[in-house]
Design a protein around this ligand. Structure first.
Ligand SMILES: NC(=O)c1ccc[n+]([C@@H]2O[C@H](COP(=O)([O-])OP(=O)(O)OC[C@H]3O[C@@H](n4cnc5c(N)ncnc54)[C@H](OP(=O)(O)O)[C@@H]3O)[C@@H](O)[C@H]2O)c1
Length: 316
């Protein structure tokens, strides 16, 4: 049998990378092997990946030499950065640059870069409809990712640019789920008015990424936007109501109100939702669910995701 092509996967113990590792390991005859990159192979999650059949290697995204070792001999690399670990767009750009340089140095033949829009192309810093944050950003956790696209291009790294969407897992882990008001009723609070929010199950990001690696050359140099469904606040609240068997109301607030909620990153997320609300065509257009479904026929809708995950949503 021909030797398998190795895909080095950043964030392998996390959401996007974890889904990709599982997709590779499930496809026993697909011709690919998973190299899971973690800071700590001895951790429980690292050991579980090894037991499932992945090669598990140590690297830190802030240490380019460790990335070069992790990418050595790999056919592909899935590159993702970890904004919410540090909240620094400068750090994110530096990490993405280290990933691109390491991929170039190691001669990786296909990189998927998990990116997002540089929103300043639509909302220049001079545009005061939303505040400028951290000195030179509109949506810090988007802008540096989008800026990093050019680093991959300039270095000549053979890259597919993967535009991801709002994880429905944010209803579980990120504090974005329905909350009980003083009246005891559940409400889903988002600053989206009646506009649509593209969302996706994180497991599907990994499945789509794997399909892109399998199709290979035809996707190099392309930007691929993915989502499971585009839904309004009312539609998401209705899906939550059906799944939870309890009324969930959509509570639309203004971006200003959302930015003022005060939790870490509220201003960044307020600007993000405002960008998605005010630039629907630019944001939803490239993320037509047909694209993701063509690559991953198992793509979940929100109803399907909720059927599997509703009991994991904390209802405080
Ligand atoms: N939440 C959303 O809706 C959403 C949507 C689109 C894009 N994103 C973006 O997704 C990115 C995060 O990806 P994710 O959600 O897949 O991550 P995640 O689930 O939070 O997992 C990240 C994994 O990466 C590893 N990691 C953290 N710091 C690292 C470092 N310095 N070096 C190497 N590995 C490190 C950790 O593994 P070890 O501890 O094992 O090293 C962790 O398990 C963020 O940049 C975010 O902006 C999020």
């Amino acid at each position: 049998m021909a030797e398998k092509k190795t895909i080095a996967v950043m964030g392998a113990t996390g959401a996007q990378g974890g889904g990709l590792v599982r997709a590779i390991l499930r496809d026993k005859t697909g011709g690919f092997a998973a190299r899971a990159v973690t800071r700590n192979p001895a951790s429980k999650k690292g050991q579980a990946l090894a037991a499932a059949g992945a090669e598990v290697v140590a690297a830190d995204v802030t240490d380019q030499a460790s990335l070069e070792r992790a990418f050595a001999g790999a056919y592909g690399a899935f590159c993702v950065t970890f904004f919410w670990e540090h909240f620094s767009p400068e750090q994110e750009l530096a990490d993405a640059t280290a990933l691109a340089r390491a991929a170039k140095q190691a001669g990786v033949r296909h990189v998927i870069w998990s990116t997002l829009e540089n929103t300043r192309k639509w909302v220049p810093l001079s545009d005061d409809r939303m505040p400028t944050l951290k000195g030179k950003y509109k949506v810090p956790h988007f802008d540096a990712k989008g800026e990093a696209d050019d680093v991959f291009r300039k270095l000549g790294v053979p890259t597919t640019f993967l535009l991801t969407s709002f994880y429905w897992e944010n209803f579980i882990f990120f504090g974005s789920g329905p909350k009980r008001g003083p009246d005891g009723k559940l409400a889903l609070t988002l600053p989206m008015d009646d506009k649509k929010l593209p969302g996706i199950a994180t497991e599907d990001i990994g499945k789509v990424a794997y399909a892109i690696f399998k199709r290979g050359q035809e996707y190099i140099g392309k930007t691929i936007g993915i989502s499971g469904e585009h839904l309004t606040g009312d539609e998401m609240a209705a899906a939550l109501t059906r799944a939870l068997g309890e009324d969930v109301r959509y509570n639309p607030v203004s971006p200003e109100t959302y930015r003022g909620f005060g939790f870490p990153g509220a201003d960044d997320l307020g600007n993000m939702f405002q960008f998605k609300r005010d630039f629907q065509q630019a944001f939803c257009g490239p993320r037509d669910p047909k694209i993701a479904r063509g690559l991953n026929p198992e793509l979940q809708t929100l109803d399907q995701w909720l059927a599997q995950n509703k009991t994991r949503i904390p209802l405080e």
